[in-house]
Design a protein around this ligand. Structure first.
Ligand code: ZN
Length: 91
């Protein structure tokens, strides 16, 4: 699903602050990760652990204007609030 996204284009969301209607937000996607270390003959480098996201669990929003915090309804990851972008439509 993520592979099909065009990351060269700006993403667009219709999400607005429910308190002041501002479109200037911070969005935080929270995920569960695991980290894998390769152990060779009982030795491994702690700094070389490879982290992989296992599941995206939650999306939270904060308004840059009024500092309102909320959990967007029905949105669990950033893709849930991104709109499809028509050709030639940029801000
Ligand atoms: Zn606000």
């Amino acid at each position: 699903m993520i592979e099909t996204k065009d990351f060269e284009r700006p993403a667009v969301t219709r999400l607005r602050c429910p308190s002041c209607r501002s479109g200037n937000l911070f969005l935080v996607e929270s995920a569960t990760w695991n980290t894998e270390w390769k152990v060779v003959d009982g030795k491994f480098d702690r700094a070389e652990g490879i982290s992989n996201p296992q599941s995206v669990d939650r999306l939270d929003a904060t308004c840059q204007h009024c500092d309102h915090h909320w959990k967007p309804r029905g949105a669990w990851q950033i893709d849930d609030v991104c709109e499809e972008i028509e050709d030639g439509v940029k801000d």
